[in-house]
Design a protein around this ligand. Structure first.
Ligand SMILES: NC(=O)c1ccc[n+]([C@@H]2O[C@H](COP(=O)([O-])OP(=O)(O)OC[C@H]3O[C@@H](n4cnc5c(N)ncnc54)[C@H](OP(=O)(O)O)[C@@H]3O)[C@@H](O)[C@H]2O)c1
Length: 294
C-alpha cells in the first residue's frame, strides 16, 4: 500500500482531493488503478500544524508517504496583510517543513500555489517561465513556499491555481449566490481578470500528476479568462437568480491587499506533459451549479 498524505484536508481543495482519491472517480473521469493500492491520509491543522518542523518530520517519518499533497495554507488574502507572521508560517515555513520531511523519507511533494505570485501587469496569460513578482503578503508568502519546496526536496511539483471554488467551504460563487438572493443587486469589479477554477478539475490533474515523474511547475486553471464581474454574471445565470449585477472598478471597492489586475495563467506545461483537461470556466460553473447546495 502506498500512503498519500493530504494536508489541509478540511479545506476546499483538500476535501475534493481526498474524495476523488478514495472514490477513484471525479467529474472528469475514472482515476488510474494505482489509487486502488493507496491509503489516503487526510490531515488538517488540528492533527498536524505544518508550521511545526519537529511534529511535521515525526508525522511524515511515521507514515512514510509515497507523496504529500500540500493543500494547507492561510488563504485569507486580506487577513495576510495584517497577520504577516501567520501568513509566512502557514504558506512558507509549512511547505518548507514538509519538503524537508519528504526528502528524509524519499517522498514526492506537491505544493499548491497561486496566480498571486505574479504582479498582474502582463497583458497575455502567464506561462511557467515568466518572472514572479508578488504584490501582496499572501503572494510573497506563497512565493517563498514555492522556493523552499524546490530547495529542500528533490521530487517536487508546484501547481499554481486561481479563483478556486469547491463544494466544501466558502468561495466567491457561494458569496455571490447568497448576496444575490439576499439583496437582488450586486456591484462587482470588472478590472481584475483571471481564471475561475473548479476544485474538482484541479484535484483531477493533481491526482494524475503525482503518479508521474514529470516534476516541475504547472499552471492549473480553468480554461478561458474573465473578470470577477463576468464571473458573477455567469453565476447569476447558472443559478437562475433574479438579481442585477453592475460592474465597478477596484478603486470603488478598496481592499487591504493588492490584487493582480491581470493574472490569467496559461496551462502551458500541462499541455506539454500529461495534458490539459480543464473545462472551460463556463462549463465548469454550470456543472457545479447543478451539484452544489447553497
Ligand atoms: N481559494 C482560492 O481561491 C485559491 C486561489 C489560488 C490558490 N489557492 C491555493 O490553493 C490551496 C488550497 O486552497 P483552499 O481554497 O482549499 O484553502 P482553504 O479552504 O482555506 O483550506 C486550507 C486548509 O489549511 C488549513 N491550515 C491552515 N494553516 C495550517 C497549518 N499551519 N497546518 C495545517 N493546516 C493548516 C486550514 O485550516 P483553518 O481553516 O483552520 O485555517 C484549512 O483547513 C492553497 O495552497 C491556496 O493557497 C487557493
Amino acid at each position: 500500500m502506498n500512503n498519500i498524505i493530504v494536508t489541509g484536508a478540511n479545506g476546499q481543495l483538500g476535501t475534493e482531493i481526498v474524495n476523488i482519491m478514495t472514490s477513484g472517480r471525479s467529474e472528469l473521469g475514472q482515476l488510474s488503478s494505482f489509487y486502488k493500492n493507496c491509503n489516503v491520509i487526510g490531515t488538517d491543522i488540528d492533527d498536524l500544524d505544518i508550521s511545526n518542523l519537529d511534529k511535521t518530520i515525526e508525522f511524515i517519518e511515521n507514515n512514510k508517504p509515497y507523496t504529500v499533497v500540500n493543500c494547507a495554507a492561510m488563504t485569507n488574502v486580506d487577513g495576510c496583510e495584517t497577520n504577516i507572521d501567520g501568513a509566512f508560517k502557514a504558506n512558507a515555513i509549512g511547505p518548507r517543513n514538509l519538503a524537508i520531511a519528504c526528502e528524509k523519507v524519499g517522498a514526492k511533494i506537491l505544493q499548491v500555489s497561486t496566480d498571486y505570485v505574479f504582479d498582474g501587469m502582463g497583458q497575455s496569460p502567464y506561462i511557467e517561465a515568466d518572472m514572479v513578482n508578488p504584490n501582496s503578503v499572501y503572494g510573497a508568502s506563497k512565493n517563498l513556499g514555492e522556493k523552499y519546496v524546490r530547495e529542500f526536496c528533490n521530487k517536487w511539483f508546484i501547481t499554481r491555481t486561481a479563483w478556486l471554488y469547491g463544494y466544501k467551504g466558502n468561495n466567491f460563487v457561494k458569496t455571490i449566490v447568497k448576496l444575490a438572493r439576499e439583496k437582488g443587486f450586486l456591484k462587482v469589479v470588472d478590472d481584475q481578470v483571471g481564471n475561475p477554477t473548479n476544485a474538482a478539475d484541479l484535484a483531477w490533474h493533481i491526482c494524475k500528476l503525482i503518479i508521474t515523474d514529470e516534476y516541475g511547475i504547472y499552471h492549473c486553471t480553468g480554461r478561458g479568462e474573465c473578470s470577477w464581474y463576468d464571473f458573477a454574471c455567469e453565476i447569476v445565470k447558472c443559478f437562475n437568480l433574479n438579481a442585477t449585477v453592475e460592474p465597478c472598478s477596484t478603486e470603488e471597492f478598496p481592499r487591504p491587499a493588492n490584487r493582480p489586475k491581470y493574472s490569467s495563467l496559461d496551462n502551458f506545461m500541462l499541455k506539454l506533459t500529461i495534458g490539459d483537461e480543464f473545462r472551460h470556466w463556463k462549463d465548469a460553473i454550470k456543472e457545479y451549479s447543478k451539484n452544489v447546495e447553497i
